[in-house]
Design a protein around this ligand. Structure first.
Ligand code: GLU
Length: 418
């Protein structure tokens, strides 16, 4: 199966929501394209004296609900359409979470793993300088995404403050604590996935205690989702990363998996159970599957072989529209990305508010707020789905999209844009 263009996927989802809401075609037209995409050329001098050029983008999808908000990813396969799709998903994620933000996303087409720290810093500074005209505390607020972290955010912040000559802490979120970030931001996406999954497990599986879980992807989202799900009573039986994975029905300790990944580069070196591939992990006989790696891993090719009863989308866009049709027919509950992985951006909002107030919220308070919001949002989506949709035809994604798109629609109407 050829991977589809993520933008086509995002548009198909929007199309569905617009149709389900009974809106006219013009609503689709307005939202199918971003407000603006900026492409930048990032040229840096490498350590060996050669000169390399990378392409980067910042897509600003919609700002009806507030300033654009969303992460920046560094990945060798990033395309402009992918960044646009991701910015559209941020519009829905922020809307569904009830945050005063529109949707944005950035990306640089680079493999950061082969850059030296100096090259990575230069690239980060150059990229941010190039987009500095269109970002700002009240305009567009970047954050971490795939392969970017608090250190990269520090360079972004510093570069912006250098160019703009000020101390604008709220221009990026996901910063280190020393620069106005929250420790809780690091755990927040994975923690949110765990909380949302727990609510769904209580509703659909009679509880989370003892339920088996497979986690695809062992980065920031996958690891913390595994850690918190285990703490909440679930049993992690499989983990994987881009280089392979391990399945052990006896259970896997998330900390041990992290240690092995840190020391050898991959969780696949865990000396227990059986080795599996990154794709095989999706088809294991587990109660809960957490895809927390990249887009389009659950497709119409493998959807039928999936045995999990709940799929909790830690990644953005892991399930294609065609796959979801099959899953709905099988009665699999999919907690959509814009719901399940919203913990990161919710915590970003807490960080941003904190920066603007110049105050000190504690990590404990921040996590409590995040937990409340994740529980509330998950219940809202499930209730909307039960009340307004047909479980044999509609996914929770349909419900989540309808809520999210309707809010953006109303904001655009109130502003007089449409
Ligand atoms: N990159 C994360 C996401 O996809 C977080 C974005 C943010 O905190 O702004 O939701």
């Amino acid at each position: 199966m050829q991977p589809t263009d993520p933008l086509e996927e995002a548009r198909a989802q929007l199309r569905r929501a617009v149709d389900l809401l009974g809106y006219d075609d013009y609503v689709y037209e307005v939202l199918a394209n971003p407000d603006r995409v900026l492409q930048v050329r990032v040229t840096i001098k490498m350590d060996d004296g050669t000169v390399k050029t990378f392409l980067g983008w910042r897509s600003q999808h919609n700002s009806a609900l507030g300033p654009y908000k969303g992460g920046v990813r560094y990945h060798p396969n990033v395309t402009m359409n992918e960044v646009i799709a991701l910015s559209m998903w941020m519009t829905w994620k922020n809307s569904l979470a009830g945050l005063p933000y529109g949707g944005g996303k950035g990306g640089v087409r680079v493999n950061p793993k082969i850059l030296s720290p100096r090259e990575l810093e230069l690239l980060s500074r150059k990229y941010f300088e190039s987009i500095s005209d269109i970002v700002g505390v009240d305009q567009d607020i970047p954050a971490p995404d795939v392969y970017t972290d608090p250190q990269v955010m520090s360079w972004f912040l510093d570069e912006y403050n250098r160019v703009r000559r000020g101390q604008f802490f709220g221009v990026v979120t996901g910063k280190p604590v020393e620069l106005g970030g929250l420790n809780a931001r690091i755990v927040s996406t994975g923690y949110g996935v765990a909380v949302s999954t727990k609510v769904a497990a209580e509703k659909f599986l009679g509880g989370l205690e003892g339920r088996t879980v497979a986690v695809q992807g062992y980065g920031n989202v996958g690891y913390y989702a595994a850690k918190f799900l285990a703490e909440m009573g679930a049993k992690i039986v499989a983990v994987s990363d881009s280089r392979g994975g391990i399945y052990d029905p006896e259970g896997i300790d998330p900390e041990e998996a992290l240690k092995v990944k840190r020391s050898t580069g991959t969780v696949a070196n865990l000396q227990r159970g059986k080795k599996i591939s990154t794709m095989e992990i999706l088809e294991l006989p587990v109660d809960i599957l957490v895809p927390a790696a990249i887009e389009e891993v659950i497709t119409d090719e493998n959807a039928d072989r999936i045995k999990a009863k709940i799929i909790s989308e830690g990644a953005n866009g892991p399930t294609t529209t065609a796959a979801e049709k099959i899953l709905v027919k099988k009665g699999v509950i999919v907690l959509p990305d814009i719901l399940a992985n919203a913990g990161g951006v919710i915590m970003s909002h807490i960080e941003w508010v904190n920066n603007r107030m110049g105050g000190w919220i504690t990590d404990e308070e921040a996590l409590k707020k995040l937990e409340q919001k994740m529980v509330e949002n998950t219940k809202t989506v499930i209730t909307y789905w039960e009340k307004n949709l047909k479980p044999e035809e509609n996914s929770l994604r349909d419900a989540a999209y309808m809520i999210a798109v309707e809010r953006v629609f109303r904001a655009m109407k109130l502003r007089g844009w449409i």
